[in-house]
Design a protein around this ligand. Structure first.
Ligand SMILES: [Zn+2]
Length: 158
């Protein structure tokens, strides 16, 4: 289960539209909530470092950016919980490439962008045997989570 903050959803959708016809990508940052749910309080865009002519259907995040995101999350008392990317003019379903490059533990959120407009949002995680992706239900963050968790919402650039 992944719980997405409303603003985080907005960032994912607008980044997908902005990057169209290329793929956008970014980090999902937050912490674990009840029953191990990943509670994403921030979606943090990052540059798609794939070579220009491949960006319409592939994304890659540089190792350095990955480390920066982890450092940022730690500094905020949060964790790197996963990644998002867009599928320009393709359904919000993982490609073979997505599956092959997935890491255990993380959530992979995909937003379909049709003709420049963000549509379906889905989330995926590797199955326990790591054989492939399984769909992960997406929910909203309950108010009780915010009441119980003090999170610095002043997002910083580092
Ligand atoms: Zn993909």
């Amino acid at each position: 289960m992944i719980l997405l903050d409303e603003e985080a959803r907005l960032v994912i959708r607008s980044e997908g539209e902005r990057a169209y016809p290329n793929e956008c990508c970014g980090f999902l940052i937050g912490r674990f909530g009840e029953a191990g749910a990943r509670v994403v309080t921030e979606a943090r865009p990052v540059r798609n470092s794939r070579e220009k002519e491949e960006r319409y259907h592939r994304f890659v995040i540089e190792a350095e950016e990955f480390m920066r995101a982890e450092a940022y999350a730690r500094k905020m008392g949060l964790e790197l919980l996963g990644f998002y990317h867009s599928h320009p003019d393709h359904p919000a379903e993982p490609s073979g490439y997505d599956e092959e490059n997935a890491l255990p533990f993380y959530s992979y959120v995909i937003v379909a962008v049709e003709g420049g407009a963000a549509k379906n949002l889905t989330s995926w995680e590797l199955s326990a045997d790591r054989a492939g992706f399984v769909n992960e239900p997406i929910g909203a963050i309950p108010a009780a989570f915010w009441n119980a968790n003090i999170i610095n919402i002043d997002k910083e650039d580092i």
